[in-house]
Design a protein around this ligand. Sequence first.
Ligand SMILES: *Cc1c(COP(=O)(O)O)cnc(C)c1O
Length: 500
Amino acid sequence: MEYASTRDKNLAVSAAYAIKTGLAPDGGLFVPKSLPRVFGEELSELAQMSYSERAVRILGKFLTDFSAEEITDCAQSAYNKEKFETDEIAPLYKLSNGVYFLELWHGPTCAFKDMALQILPHLLKKSVVKTGETKEVVILVATSGDTGKAALEGFKDVNGTRIIVFYPEKGVSDIQKRQMVTQEGNNVDVAAVNGNFDDAQSGVKKIFGDSEYAEVLERNNFMLSSANSINWGRLVPQIVYYFSAYCNLLKCDEIKLGEPVNFVVPTGNFGNILAAYYAKEMGLPVGKLICASNENNILTDFIRTGVYDKNRLFKTTSSPSMDILISSNLERLLYHVTGCDDKQVAAWMKELAETGRYEVSADVKAKIQELFYGGFCDDTQTEKTIAETNSAYGYVIDTHTAVAKCVYDAYCKETGDATKSVIVSTASPFKFSNHVLSAVAGAEALSGLDEFAMLDALAEKADLTIPAPLANLKAKPVIFNTTCEKTEMYEVVSHMLNLL
Ligand SMILES: *Cc1c(COP(=O)(O)O)cnc(C)c1O
């Protein structure tokens, strides 16, 4: 299967090339030129398989330049009992008749980013070899929290790769910081940047765009690559869990083969929900795709009006992984719903870069509304949803998942749609334990507690076990204590790589 760019449909590269380079040379995103079909009896067949076997089957249809053996090797290295707390990898929780949560946070960092970042390093390493590259790959990451840790865990000890993560000194939670500075592995490095997330991100972007520095790296036999969510190698593994969720419902006789299911997705960069769209286009019986946002509700407005306008205030919310005003992966959806109109997509993206706004045609808007429903909620509603879900069902959800549940409830009320629905649960409640504890036990329960004491308090209050990766954190020695100015990021990289 070949891949084009959203801004040049005539481009034709292999999956390995797309994964190795991350971004198309024209600034567009790589998209598959056709979609494989998976439906009917093949779904019943998938239902009998393990998660890792399902992944091999789906990935194999997209990564046609990889051998079955190679893909099996990648999937088995990623989705196993050592890395995930459950054999099922991505289990479903039945809340009530027709409503389920797809728990994507049983991996090593307790958030759904693990679903892709556990397998990406293996895919990337093989892609590098396949494209004849002999240099060692250096992954540079700027993180606002979840991605950095998930990338570190994914890349640690993967031969032929190095990973360097920069995080803003004052922009991550104590737990997130602790997760990163205690990272083990023989190929990992972590540094704090004196500044905010934007400072760290602009520093990393500058290094990526610096051709002179690229030559220095090349002389030392290194090349840079990226693990961020626009890489096709991060998107394609996410398609798997939508098929897997449907198959689990089939297997438990919750649905009949062919019966449609809605998916509700807490959305930021539009990567997760785009994977659900691909699954639907491949033939998975999917009803509505429900796109849930927090108060940074740019996608809700876009789905409802056809106008994408980022000229608005950025809000800091209790679901920080969705605090985002440029949903990069939307570009891929636009490419597909316009019938691969690369010129139009490039024009919209140019408008977005220059004015912060673009508007799609009535026809495109209608197509998007047929597929998607958009809704949002604020922090007060998020907290209320956590409290209500706990008191009605004894099930505790994190803030991001609560945004999805809240929007789903509003959707049902508005439309009366009774289609069975899967709400995608993207983080363990312990990862955001301050907000969750406050919701289930009242704000006063937080007083005097540090982040570790909050984990204990939440475990006791909700009668849950703290996930091992978070419970173990307190006792782990700090390995990294480098802090640099944003002007010093080059030197830090050079020093870490021992550049000549
Ligand atoms: C990254 C993230 C999201 C948003 O996912 P996108 O693919 O960026 O839309 C939602 N919830 C959590 C917990 C996340 O870490």
